[in-house]
Every structure is written in C-alpha cells, then in structure tokens.
Design a protein around this ligand. Structure first.
Ligand code: AHR
Length: 329
C-alpha cells in the first residue's frame, strides 16, 4: 500500500511538472491566497471574442474544464476590442474574484489595468496570447503556444516546397493588427525566408483572423497582384476565406496558388485533406486543463513557471486525412 502511495505521488509530481506547476509552497512571499475549496473559487475570464473556429474551440474547452473542475467561471467576450476586455477585467476586480485569466486582444496597453489587479491582490494568468510589458510581476504565468516557432515552421515548409523554384511571390494574410500571434507568426516566417532571395512577400494585409476578412483581402489582392504563388495565412479561417476568393476568381486553391495556414481546426483540416490547403501548422486551443492546473497549484500556495509552452505539430494533406476522424475540434 505504502509503495502504491509513493508511486501515485511520483506520477502526480510528474504531471504537475509537465504542466509547468510545482506543488511546493511559494517561497517568494507572493500574493497567493490561502487554499480554498475549489467550489468556493471564482475565476474571471476575459476572452478575445468569437472571431475564428480556433476561438470557439478555445472557449468551449475553457468552459468545459471549469465545469469539470467544479470551479465557478465568470466569462466575458470582448468582441475583439481591447477597451471591452479592460472593462471586463475592471469588473472582475470590483467583484473581487480569486483569479483573472485573459487572452489579450493586442499586446500593448495593459500595464494600468494589470497594476489595478495587482493592487487588489488578484493573480492574473495570461492564456494563449502574451502582453508586451517590462513588468513581469503583473502576471503569474503565460500559458500558450510559441507563435514565432509556428511562423518558422510555415517558412521551413515553404522553403522545401519551393526548393526548385526561381521566384516565389507570397501574399501574407495577417491576424489582428497588434496581436501577439500576428506579430510573431510574421516574424518567424520572415526570419526563415529572409536568407532566400527568391521569396518575395508582395503583399501583407490584415484579415483580422476572420473568414470574411480573409476573403475580402484575397479578393482585392487577386485583382492587384499579377501573380501569386503562395498564400501564408496566420490562421485557418482567413485561409478558408482566401480559398473562396481564389475559387471565385476561377483558380484552383492548393494547385494554382499554394496555401499555408496556422491552427488545424476541423474546417481547416478538411480543406487540407481535400487538397485546397497545402500545409497547416498546429496551434492548440485546448488550454483549459492546463489553466485549471495552474489555478489549483496557485490555490495550494505552489509556484508555476513564468512561461508554459503548448506542444504542437504540423500537418500535410495525407496526415490531415488520417487525423480528421479523431480530431476533437
Ligand atoms: O491567439 C490564437 C489565434 O487567435 C488563432 O490562431 C486564431 O485563429 C485566433 O483568432
């Protein structure tokens, strides 16, 4: 029996370690409240919006995870506006919630409201997207993907795919201006292709991470650009919008114009399996379980890593066809 308990404790420690959490009490004298029953905890979550399939899956996963953990969740949708998110955070501070979690619409402009949360003794957890602030004490951890690495994976695929080409005209569909994934995915991609002179980003415009935005931008670019070899879209939804525009222009997406997207949500994976997208870099929206682990650890007075990176993969057309039947979102 004793051996069994030791083995169980070891497995528990391993799982906590993988999630970037440690159940050892905080030594920094931080602002973690005394441990509460999970049913007495209240967490405010300020979501970006409902702009994409990724976001819908992320919201569902977070809501389901809180339900399963028996922790009360106050949820707000900022409709992709920073001022709405700031309002929501201020209202959570007023309501004296135990934790605030949020996925920032854009990277900058958070110091004032995060200082208010700090002054009120409410720990903040960043999920999915980072803030650009010099003061790391304003949040406990940033839990989410490495967007620069995602951009690099897209660039590496493009380099291999077009290894024998003399020139590659690229159109980039950017995410929301000022958002971490838009900035970082552009940076990672540019970093990889910059040494290869044949790549030319002939246009780069925001489609705000939406399908309608992707379609609109692509329609305009198909008129203004005499030749496009590759579309690099910062998410599946904009890529799906671009496919509609390409088809409407009488061209074949995936053949006449190759397409790389990021996310790997169901509709994107279907388009990849159907040959309309050529490559997808995965960005996982399933952050709910890790968020709960972080909250439980902080609630028990433990410490969490300042950065918890989500593990992700990439998909070719063949891999998408294979993965689709078991895809959860
Ligand atoms: O922050 C993650 C990004 O936001 C996803 O790639 C995109 O689809 C979403 O809107």
């Amino acid at each position: 029996m004793k051996k069994k308990l030791i083995a169980l404790a070891a497995v528990g420690a391993l799982i906590a370690g993988l999630a970037g959490c440690s159940s050892a009490p905080a030594t920094s004298g931080g602002d973690a409240p005394a441990a509460k029953d999970l049913k007495d905890l209240v967490v405010g979550f300020a979501q970006v919006g409902a702009e994409s399939g990724w976001r819908t899956a992320n919201t569902k996963d977070i809501q389901d995870s809180f339900k399963e953990a028996g922790i009360e969740l106050k949820f707000s949708d900022a409709q992709q506006k920073q001022e709405n998110q700031i309002k929501a955070i201020r209202s959570y501070i007023q309501q004296k919630v135990d934790y605030i979690a949020f996925s920032p619409v854009v990277e900058t402009g958070w110091d004032a409201v995060l200082n208010e949360a700090k002054a009120a003794g409410i720990p903040v957890i960043l999920t999915d997207r980072a803030v650009d602030s010099k003061d790391e004490s304003l949040y406990k951890t940033f839990l989410g993907s490495d967007f620069v690495a995602e951009g690099k994976k897209a660039g590496e695929w493009a380099k291999t795919e077009f290894a024998d080409a003399d020139s590659v005209k690229v159109v980039q569909l950017e995410g929301t201006t000022g958002a971490a994934p838009a900035i970082d995915r552009a940076e990672g991609f540019a970093d990889v292709i910059k040494g290869d002179k044949k790549f030319d980003i002939v246009a780069s415009q925001t489609g705000d991470f939406t399908r309608a935005g992707g379609r609109q931008v692509m329609e305009a670019l198909l008129k203004s650009q005499p030749h496009i070899d590759l579309v690099y879209s910062h998410n599946d939804d904009m890529g799906l919008g671009a496919i509609e525009a390409i088809e409407a222009a009488g061209l074949t997406p995936g053949k006449d114009i190759k397409i790389i997207t990021v996310d790997a949500v169901h509709d994107g994976m279907q388009a990849l399996a159907d040959g309309k997208i050529n490559f997808i870099v995965e960005c996982s929206p399933l952050l709910g379980k890790q968020l709960i682990d972080v909250i439980k650890t902080l609630n028990e007075g433990g410490t969490v890593e300042k950065r918890i990176v989500t593990e992700e993969t990439t998909f070719t057309q063949e891999q998408a066809a294979e993965a689709l039947p078991d895809r959860k979102y």
